[in-house]
Design a protein around this ligand. Structure first.
Ligand code: CTP
Ligand code: A1H0Z
Length: 435
């Protein structure tokens, strides 16, 4: 079958690195040689998240059943030129962090203990590389320091930060200020305001020649350790190294308050919903419905394939949303087979997959015991595959010879499908909705 896809030139950037695979593509895009020196990462994650106001430290709060820190780790781990990711956690969270490393197969991670402040935690992280006997933490040429609660960091920016740190000794991401900065008097009145255009917000990631930032931390004062918040300042004050500043995208923000967690979830769901694979089978009516659905799903990048066989593995690994169109009467036997293939390639390890099973009824369906049995079996299958992080939904649509009726049904099918893919709500799995 001719594979067809909708164009999606306005496709948003991939802020969480959820879809892009390797920095070499970005290196090529940036026109720069791939990184040919060792680069490591330190993710300070030893805080308690007081401003989040939740019992769980924000770095361990989950989005789609996965801790926030795992998204941040993945944003670095997927890059072939990053050797090690040192995660710095509070002692009491050591085992929790090791469980996350195991569950999500974070192979480049080394866990070390944090300190009472962010600077102390970062220094502890840097010291992990000074123990050269450990093969997992060889001393890097450049070290990237990045708050563990900033899950969205793109390959392109990381390359720019790394190459600038190599050349200049230090580099940091910045963003325009949204609010004006003012100085207050001790009585709580306005003393003066700063000219906003002259200032920027210091964000993460930041990059350093390892020797420079390690030396700065070795020299810095107790006051810096206790009250400081800026690594770039330490490099300048103690090593005379002036950081190159690089403007980053809006998605660099730090998850600090509850609203930030909701925003992060929305961005992740939006990123996961940008594409879909429609499996149509061979029946003419199913193929026709697949093509109409593809046309209607013009906000997504879609492929239509005949069946989820090995030969189409490339499609199965490219998206996390699958719409399986079956003629009524055919059981959903294709679903377990497809889910097994997902398991074999570990496709649902990091993100929940959505399978929308569309049943195209060519004749009016009677609600009888057979139908009830079918529904019960479908709910059972949905419950089973959910264990493998696959969300299985059902939609049935009655074929109609009346064009207007059929068009309305297909429109409803489109809307329900988009809603299920976007929301990934586990509570609706196993249901057989009606378009
Ligand atoms: N002693 C500390 C304090 C903070 N951090 C980390 O530094 C990053 C940025 O700090 P912040 O947003 O202030 O985190 P918290 O200190 O946890 O937040 P709060 O100030 O609201 O308690 C976070 O990933 C946090 O886990 C750390 O590693 N060690
Ligand atoms: O002060 P907090 O610990 O809340 O957050 C740390 C931030 O200040 C820091 O990540 C950036 O400003 C870059 O230095």
């Amino acid at each position: 079958m001719q594979q067809e896809r909708c164009s999606s030139s306005d496709r948003p950037l991939d802020p969480g690195g959820l879809l892009t695979r390797d920095a070499e593509r970005s290196a090529a895009r940036l026109g720069c040689a791939a990184v040919d020196f060792p680069v490591a990462v330190v993710l300070p994650a030893g805080g308690s998240g007081e401003r989040m106001g939740l019992p769980t430290p924000k770095q361990f709060c989950t989005i789609l059943n996965r801790p926030l820190i795992s998204y941040t780790i993945q944003a670095f781990e997927r890059l072939s030129w990053i050797v090690t990711v040192v995660v710095v956690v509070a002692t009491e969270n050591h085992d929790l962090m090791l469980n996350i490393v195991r569950k999500f197969n974070h192979t480049k991670v080394k866990v070390v203990h944090g300190g009472t402040t962010r600077h102390r935690s970062i220094f502890n992280g840097l010291q992990a590389f000074s123990n050269t006997t450990d093969s997992l933490t060889p001393k890097p040429k450049v070290v990237i320091i990045h708050d563990a609660v900033r899950p969205f960091v793109e390959e392109d920016l990381l390359l720019k930060i790394t190459l600038a740190a190599k050349e200049q000794g230090a580099s940091g991401a910045i963003r325009p200020l949204v609010s004006t900065v003012i100085a207050t008097t001790s009585e709580g009145y306005l003393d003066h305001s700063l000219e906003r255009a002259k200032y920027r917000a210091s964000e993460m990631p930041q990059g350093f020649l390892y020797d420079i930032i390690f030396q700065a931390y070795q020299q810095c004062s107790e006051f810096d350790f206790e009250f400081g918040t800026e690594c770039l300042h330490l490099a300048l004050q103690y090593c005379g190294t002036n950081a190159k500043l690089i403007e980053g995208p809006p998605t660099l923000w730090k998850v600090t308050y509850k609203r930030d967690l909701a925003a992060a979830e929305a961005i992740i769901k939006e990123t996961l919903s940008m594409s879909a694979c429609i499996i149509a089978g061979a029946e003419a009516e199913a193929v026709e419905l697949a093509k109409t659905l593809q046309k209607n799903l013009n906000m997504m990048e879609t492929d239509v394939i005949s069946c989820a066989k090995e030969s189409n593995t490339e499609y199965l690994s490219k998206t996390r949303n699958f719409i399986h169109i079956s003629m009524s009467g055919s059981s959903f036997s294709g679903v377990p087979e497809m889910v097994k293939r997902f398991e074999d390639i570990g496709h649902a390890r990091l993100y929940p997959l959505v399978v929308v099973w569309v049943q195209l009824n060519m004749t009016k369906q009677s609600v009888d015991s057979q139908k009830t049995d079918e529904l019960t079996a479908f709910m059972g299958l949905a419950s089973e595959v959910k264990q493998g992080n696959v969300l299985l939904y059902g939609i049935e649509i009655d074929h109609s010879k009346v064009p207007e009726q059929w068009e309305r049904s297909v429109e409803r099918l489109t809307q329900i499908t988009v809603a299920l893919i976007r929301d990934r709500n586990a509570a609706l799995t196993g249901q057989l909705l009606h378009a």
